[in-house]
Design a protein around this ligand. Structure first.
Ligand SMILES: O=P(O)(O)OC[C@H]1O[C@H](O[C@H]2O[C@H](CO)[C@@H](O)[C@H](O)[C@H]2O)[C@H](O)[C@@H](O)[C@@H]1O
Length: 309
């Protein structure tokens, strides 16, 4: 096609070519399953799963982001074969209530609240909750988060229709999915104004959500390292003879910006697989991709079948 003598490539063709290029760099984890299984051969697979957008589809109301029974069965099957952790921005109790599987590790509040399986602790009786909590690096921030929550409810949720503040214990989520798009800027301005009173809290952005969290060096990547180490594997994965088992093959599946911290850790380790859940090309440190939670479920089922073979 030509216009004024120049070659004009239709916009759809440019988008399609970019998508093809992106898929070459981040191929489908289903399409490359055999290669992935071969890379994991002889190593011990450890599975890390984000929740929203990965195990459950993104929905308007965060309180209704439930997971299907089929997905629960797939996660249960994986957890019966490999150590498995849910790593979420949600507070640990809420994500546990959505997933409903006590045999998993849970890292809530973007990894700032880590708990081991509660099924074993529960059978011992007594102080199950305290026994199963493994790591809470932002404990001292609890009173500050409580104060900031109250201020955000008053100054954002109370003022901008559709805005919703979710208390995730060690962090807060300010949702604007249901806010009129013309007021998104106002949400961000109000949140920033509140946070000026809390210089030790920082702001990041997820999928139509502003995330307020303690400004400490801790994120989903650190949680992944912590859990590997708690499971007896090397946290660095550097092949050093430091007494730790370097034979883990961590698989991390997630859809959002906060999952990039975990993908970066896997890149640095040089083994394991970061899998981004996305229908569209996105800048990512993940090596593979899956399109949506339906494909995540298929991938988890394949892992189970492969382990049983
Ligand atoms: O780390 P995640 O498990 O992915 O949690 C990140 C945030 O997820 C939730 O919000 C997102 O999903 C909602 C339900 O589908 C959707 O309404 C919202 O727009 C998304 O941002 C959760 O509510 C947040 O607290 C998490 O931080």
């Amino acid at each position: 096609m030509t216009k004024h003598g120049a070659v004009v490539v239709p916009e759809d063709a440019v988008v399609a070519a970019a998508a093809v290029g992106w898929m070459e760099k981040h191929p489908s984890a289903l399409g490359k399953f055999e290669a992935l299984a071969a890379a994991a051969k002889g190593k011990r697979i450890v599975v890390f799963l984000d929740y929203d957008g990965t195990l459950s589809p993104i929905v308007e109301d965060p309180d209704r982001a439930v997971m299907t029974d089929e997905m629960r069965d797939a996660v249960r099957g994986v957890a019966a074969r490999f150590p498995t952790a849910i790593v979420s921005g949600r507070c640990r109790d809420k994500v546990l209530s959505f997933v409903g599987l006590e045999e998993l590790y849970y890292a809530g509040s973007h990894g700032m609240d880590i708990q081991g399986p509660t099924n074993a602790a529960a059978s011992k009786g007594g102080e199950e909750e305290e026994e199963s909590v493994l790591c809470q690096p932002a404990r001292e921030f609890l009173p500050m988060i409580g104060e900031a929550y109250a201020a955000l409810v008053e100054k954002v949720e109370g003022v901008i229709p559709g805005a919703k503040v979710e208390n995730n214990k060690f962090c807060l989520s300010v949702h604007f999915r249901r806010v009129d798009e013309r007021r998104w800027g106002a949400v961000a301005d109000q949140v920033r104004a509140v946070l000026r009173g809390y210089p030790r809290l920082r702001l990041t952005q997820g999928r139509k959500v502003l995330e307020v969290r303690p400004a400490i060096k801790w994120d989903k990547g650190e949680a992944l390292r912590f859990l590997l180490s708690a499971l007896g594997f090397s946290a660095a994965g550097d092949g050093e003879d430091d007494g730790d088992d370097d034979d883990a093959f961590p698989i991390y599946i997630g859809d959002d910006r906060t999952d990039e911290d975990a993908f970066r850790v896997l890149r640095a380790r040089g083994h394991g697989a970061g899998i981004l859940v996305s229908r569209f090309p996105k800048d990512t440190c993940a090596s593979f991709s899956l399109r949506d939670p339906g494909e995540v479920k298929d991938f988890l089922r394949k892992l189970v079948t492969c382990a049983a073979a």
